[in-house]
Design a protein around this ligand. Structure first.
Ligand SMILES: NC(=O)c1ccc[n+]([C@@H]2O[C@H](COP(=O)([O-])OP(=O)(O)OC[C@H]3O[C@@H](n4cnc5c(N)ncnc54)[C@H](OP(=O)(O)O)[C@@H]3O)[C@@H](O)[C@H]2O)c1
Length: 266
């Protein structure tokens, strides 16, 4: 099984958004060490160039920096054109870029909340549609959407963030069921509290970071889950800070929904 996972994207191009830090950078490093050439997307161009150079030196893989601000509505089309102009066939899209703010709804800057909707929903949908169409035609390709455990329970003080992550989860799970017959895969990765640059920037009260999972482990679990055809991966595991309440939410939701036939308009 380890070989299948390791080999799945060897020599195939992947594109990762939010590649300049945290979970995205860890996913990029995982993929590069398994021989996957990469397109790296984020706003900080200098960081992307430095990461691309270190991947080429350490793993001998080709890596292209594609700086873009996903809060700009036209960014996904520009990213798609970047790959088209270079003749890159993308076999794996990782929608990972994200931001969060913690406070009462009325106190969180409206621009930040609208940026969350743009980056987590509009850009994810737009990029997925652009790359997905070719994957379905070729009957091969994979898409990973980074959601969150926040997608399951109500999210006071991060209501907009949780709502956008709910969108990501349902988009990935819906697509996964819809296109299995084309040989294309989709998966939602739902991390719990993870070491990255995000927590500091949210304005949330100080947390015990000893409980946080490493970005490397989250990246590994996401890559394995997608390669194994899982529609949703919660990498926190039984020891994680939020794993137990999330598992309960998920079980309850599954039980409530099990009597509703899927694939119908309801
Ligand atoms: N850390 C956690 O506890 C946790 C838990 C659950 C889910 N997640 C999810 O995991 C994903 C990665 O977050 P992280 O924890 O790794 O955070 P992070 O360390 O802050 O990294 C966020 C990444 O997103 C990029 N990004 C943010 N806004 C962007 C924009 N407008 N355009 C393009 N790129 C943008 C950042 O790059 P630039 O600043 O260079 O643009 C950076 O590469 C997010 O979707 C987040 O919601 C995180």
């Amino acid at each position: 099984m380890a070989d299948v996972i390791g080999e799945r994207w060897r020599g195939k191009w992947a594109i990762v958004t939010g590649a300049s830090a945290g979970i995205g950078k860890a996913i990029v490093e995982e993929l590069a060490s398994a021989g996957t050439p990469l397109v790296l997307v984020a706003r900080r161009a200098q960081r992307l160039n430095a990461i691309a150079e270190s991947l080429s030196n350490a793993d001998g893989v080709q890596a292209e920096a594609c700086p873009a601000d996903l809060a700009e509505p036209d960014a996904p089309r520009q990213i798609f054109e970047f790959t088209q102009q270079r003749g890159l066939r993308i076999d794996l899209l990782v929608n990972n870029a994200g931001l969060n703010r913690y406070s009462e709804f009325h106190a969180i800057d409206l621009a930040a909340q609208l940026a969350m909707v743009q980056v987590h929903c509009h850009a994810v949908l737009h990029l997925t549609h652009l790359f997905w169409t070719g994957m379905v035609e070729r009957r091969s390709g994979d898409i990973l959407i980074v959601s969150s455990v926040s997608a399951f329970p109500p999210g006071p003080y991060t209501a907009t963030y949780a709502a956008t992550k709910g969108f990501d989860l349902l988009l990935a799970e819906g697509l996964a069921e819809e296109v299995a017959r084309y040989g294309v895969r989709a998966s939602a990765l739902c991390p719990g509290a993870t070491e990255s640059e995000m927590y500091e920037s949210t304005g949330a009260p100080k947390a015990d970071t000893k409980e946080f999972q490493s970005a490397k482990e989250v990246a590994r679990r996401g890559r394995e889950g997608l390669a194994m055809g899982k529609h949703c991966v919660i990498p926190a595991g039984p020891r994680g800070l939020t794993a137990t309440p999330i598992a309960c939410c998920r079980e309850r939701r599954s039980a409530e929904l099990s009597s509703i036939p899927t694939g119908r308009l309801i």
